[in-house]
Design a protein around this ligand. Structure first.
Ligand code: SF4
Length: 121
């Protein structure tokens, strides 16, 4: 019996602004960014995933994915438009910015709460 994938992992970047001892993302610089999948194709992939798994979840990963907020919120907005859940683990360093808070509010339905696990490295 066919079972659709429950999760689609999207890696936004491969760099980080913290320096956890068990991790090497902070030593990377995203210098292969020109090879990353461009937004139009990312959007198609999200669409394809929503058709395969209408109740699936998109997991936004990095590095630290919130270092690239435009990319981050483009994925959350598109996931929401397609009826998908979106999840991510972030290091919390960008959450204090007003832009982030405004974007969260703008991206959430009025009465819907969101849970965001924060793991500090
Ligand atoms: S916050 Fe996460 S990605 Fe960044 S260095 Fe620590 S474990 Fe690695």
């Amino acid at each position: 019996m066919y079972r659709p994938p429950r999760f689609l992992f999207v890696q936004v970047n491969k760099r980080c602004n913290l320096r956890c001892g068990h991790c090497d993302f902070w030593m990377r610089k995203d210098d292969d960014r020109p090879n990353y999948v461009l937004w139009p194709r990312q959007r198609e992939i999200l669409q394809e995933f929503s058709e395969l798994s209408p109740s699936g979840a998109v997991v936004i990963c990095g590095g630290e994915p919130m270092l690239d907020l435009e990319d981050y919120f483009a994925i959350t907005r598109e996931s929401r438009r397609l009826g998908l859940k979106s999840l991510s683990v972030v290091n919390g360093t960008r959450i204090r910015s007003e832009y982030v808070v405004r974007s969260w509010v703008a991206n959430e339905e009025p009465r819907r709460s969101f849970r965001m696990p924060v793991i500090l490295g």
